[in-house]
Design a protein around this ligand. Structure first.
Ligand code: GLU
Ligand code: ZN
Length: 295
């Protein structure tokens, strides 16, 4: 079986312990399956981007012994691919222009499901418009390798969703699907905070005629208040000097039971042990785990 995995961080905040979990799990699953592991920086949201961050990501990953295959890709340099897919969806009448502001939508409806207003009443102007995908009664089901079977009715969970924003940027949903396809990704291993995004991604793959990769969503690390570690909850940035300690903790978190002697191992030794002993079925099948971290 040919296996291509990837890690796809966004440069909206520094890499933290939660990022390390996603990087490590996707790397180990790829390497344990003799697969390739790609690195793609998802820098499609300049207003939320933190300057100077994406330049640091490759060095930090190398410092953790996580070496990727092939060229590092930046989504900001791949816009023409997203444009092609957007055009295909519009031409096939699977997507339509929407001129609604958030306020207008809120005034018409009290749910978070878009009311398909612009599908029924196409806007007269074409600039300043978002693009939404029609989802009618799409029922999407999939079996996550870690989290088990999931089924969603998109018309009820999200409604027609945005793939191109009114402020002129491509939405994560579209870019991630196009890139996973063009890069030949067969396995997506990432945090369970993205589990609910998966049905829309599968829906887009179906509309665009792309195969659906295998999905494995690892638990996210939560702080004592039950919030996911993230930039918003001030999760500390990971540093290469702490690589062994953090990797050891991450392996414990992922249910891999590293031998205690490895606490004093070199990083490369720890990674080699982790590849040789990786068992994705030992990863806890829960959405999140409380994680204590010294600040
Ligand atoms: N760029 C996304 C994030 O950092 C992850 C995308 C993915 O793994 O599908 O949350
Ligand atoms: Zn609209």
């Amino acid at each position: 079986m040919s296996y291509i995995g990837r890690f796809a961080p966004s440069p909206t905040g520094p890499l933290h312990f939660g990022s390390l979990l996603a990087a490590l799990a996707s790397f180990l699953d790829a390497r344990a399956n003799n697969g390739q592991w790609l690195l793609r920086i998802e820098d499609l949201d300049p207003p939320r981007e933190q300057a100077g961050l994406k330049e640091q990501f490759p060095d930090i990953l190398e410092g953790f012994g996580l070496y990727w295959d092939g060229e590092l890709e930046l989504q900001s340099e791949r816009l023409e691919h997203y444009e092609d897919a957007l055009k295909q969806l519009i031409d096939d009448r699977n997507a339509y222009l929407c001129s609604c502001s958030r306020k207008e939508i809120q005034q018409r409806t009290d749910t978070s499901v878009y009311d398909a207003h612009c599908y029924l009443h196409p806007p007269e102007q074409t600039d300043n418009c978002a693009v939404r995908v029609c989802c009618k009664d799409s029922l999407i089901s999939f079996r996550d390798i870690i989290q088990g079977p999931h089924a969603y009715n998109l018309a009820m969970s999200s409604g027609d969703y945005i793939i191109f924003r009114r402020d002129g940027f491509y939405a994560y949903q579209l870019a991630v699907v196009v890139d996973d396809y063009l890069q030949g990704v067969t396995h997506v291993v990432r945090g369970s905070d993205l589990l609910d995004e998966t049905p829309r991604q599968i829906h887009l793959q179906q509309l665009l005629g792309y195969p659906t990769p295998a999905y494995a969503h690892i638990p996210v690390a939560n702080n004592l208040e039950g919030q996911k570690l993230s930039k918003q909850t001030f999760a500390p940035a990971i540093e290469t000097k702490d690589a062994v300690e953090l990797t050891y903790k991450a392996l414990e978190f992922l249910g891999q039971s590293p031998e205690s002697g490895l606490r004093n191992a070199a990083q490369i030794e720890l990674i080699e042990w982790a590849i040789a002993n990786w068992d994705i079925h030992k990863v806890p099948n829960v959405p999140g785990i409380q994680f204590l971290q010294e600040q």
